[in-house]
Design a protein around this ligand. Structure first.
Ligand SMILES: [Ca+2]
Ligand SMILES: [Ca+2]
Length: 492
């Protein structure tokens, strides 16, 4: 019998002030590196990401996640120790479950702080091996690399322990069909009279003859009628159950990728290369909460649990981009709309068109410094408090903004919010180096992978992530700055 093992669930407890350890383009990048390095070990990660508001729903969700976790990684810092939420919500549940041997707690010391006063943390010592804060290692590439591998080794050991403690779950074979009771087999039907036997072939011959005459006439008429209506680049139409605006991107080649090698971004967008795409329609805006809510109501789709628990219609969130939904949820919405997620190539062409520009509006970054308000993109501006937040920009939003709020950021086809606001799921699996061997016509990404591509950066991103050729990745985790838009093939 075939068996499978449940993934080991890893919960990360941390203070939002330590978000830079999650940032892929920061020197202190730890968590994304661990997620990437553990990709083959059958684990599922959960951490709340930036942007979730505190509240009852949030608290319940965190408790729920810790209850289901096998391993809890605690990123210990002064902010961690001072956080009321961590002290009163997260740590008590982690401690209880650890005491019952249901959870393995792995504290990692980020910076010098009074961790040893906490009995629970003290009894576990600080990874890796000795209580030296990670900030002491980050300045030396060699030492930082060594210490990250020590942490990885420690976590791999625990993940293997979790898997070893589990009995593999048998995959149930399909139920055999019930045996047929010979006494219940119905008697054979009475013979059909000759005139009824001729009736059906007669009707079929009539139908075939009618279609043979009518179809060519109809096709000729349709071609004549539709010829003058071929859409032009950037033309707007409304499609699908959500009655959503789409813009037309005509067939043709564009430059994908770039030769920028110094971008603070971990994945390669090199080399720039010509890609030909068939024509398609792409959502003018990111899909909104209101539109996603219509989908849940109309289809009874059972997924997107986290989003459903968080979204409250009627309090002004309707026109914000739907975020906190998984790639599968986004793909399900697209199917309901009669479309699909954009490929990475379609997304990039819709953002930068055919002149290899850097941003949807052109090559000049300085327009984000327009005073008094930036109207080009919603990014990590002065309303946010990340280490990479640009204090010279005021876009008016700390989190996501209603879709279409940044008219100066429209792409040449008129597609909105392609830089920032919500970063966006694409259809493709991610492969670093894919551009060196991808198809020149309608590429759809590698056949398989661990992560999906996300594009455009978000309201939590800095300049490098907002470039139209910058490539991001995400796994199945629902992130509160990640949404999507829909593509419909032009043939439809
Ligand atoms: Ca902003
Ligand atoms: Ca966006």
């Amino acid at each position: 019998m075939e068996t499978t093992t449940k993934p080991a669930r890893i919960f990360v407890s941390y203070s939002h002030e330590d978000s830079l350890w999650f940032d892929a383009d920061n020197r202190r990048c730890l968590i994304p590196w661990l997620i990437n390095s553990l990709a083959r070990y059958n684990c599922e990660w959960w951490f709340d990401r930036r942007g979730l508001e505190a509240g009852d729903v949030f608290e319940r969700r965190i408790r729920d996640e810790i209850e289901q976790a096998d391993i809890a990684i605690l990123l210990v810092s002064q902010a961690f120790l001072s956080s009321t939420f961590i002290r009163t919500v997260e740590l008590p549940v982690i401690k209880e479950r650890t005491a019952r041997n249901e959870l393995i707690a792995l504290p990692i010391l980020l910076e010098p702080c009074l961790w040893s006063k906490d009995e629970f943390l003290n009894s576990r010592q600080m990874m890796p091996g000795k209580p030296t804060p990670l900030v002491n290692y980050v300045d030396s590439e060699k030492e930082w690399s060594n210490v990250r591998f020590q942490i990885l080794e420690e976590i791999v050991g625990k993940v293997e322990k979790v898997h070893a403690s589990r009995k593999p779950v048998p995959i149930r074979p399909p139920k055999p069909a019930p045996p047929v009771d010979p006494t219940r087999i119905p008697p054979p039907p009475p013979p059909i009279p000759w005139y009824r036997r001729l009736l059906i072939p007669g009707i079929l011959i009539f139908l075939v003859l009618t279609l043979a005459i009518a179809v060519p006439l109809l096709l000729k008429f349709t071609r004549t009628a539709s010829a003058p209506q071929r859409p032009t680049a950037g033309e707007l139409r409304v499609f699908g159950a959500s009655r959503m605006d789409f813009v037309y991107v005509p067939a043709g080649a564009f430059t994908m990728g770039s030769d920028v090698r110094a971008r603070q971004f971990i994945f390669s967008e090199y080399p720039p290369h010509k890609v030909y795409l068939d024509a398609y329609w792409i959502g003018k805006y990111e899909v909104t909460n209101r539109q996603f809510d219509q989908f849940i109501d109309a289809s009874g789709y059972p997924g997107a649990r986290r989003w459903a628990a968080q979204y409250k219609p009627g309090i002004g969130q309707e026109e914000l981009p739907v975020c906190g939904i998984s790639w599968d949820d986004a793909a399900a919405y697209c199917r309901w709309m009669g479309g699909r997620l954009p490929t990475e190539a379609e997304w990039e062409k819709a953002a930068r068109s055919t002149d290899a520009r850097t941003y949807p509006w052109g090559n000049d970054w300085n327009i984000v410094y327009t005073q008094p308000r930036c109207t080009a993109a919603n990014l990590a501006d002065r309303n946010t408090r990340f280490t990479w937040s640009d204090s010279r920009v005021d876009d008016g939003f700390k989190g996501t903004a209603p879709v279409g709020s940044f008219p100066q950021g429209a792409s040449p086809y008129g597609v909105m919010d392609m830089a920032g606001n919500a970063q966006e799921w694409c259809a493709d699996w991610f492969e670093d180096g894919y551009y060196s061997h991808s198809l020149a016509k309608n590429p759809t990404g590698p056949a398989a992978g661990e992560y999906r591509v996300v594009r455009g950066g978000s309201c939590n991103s800095g300049r490098d992530h907002l470039a139209s050729s910058a490539r991001g990745i995400a796994d199945k985790v629902e992130m509160w700055d990640t949404g999507f838009r829909v593509v419909i093939d032009a043939a439809k």
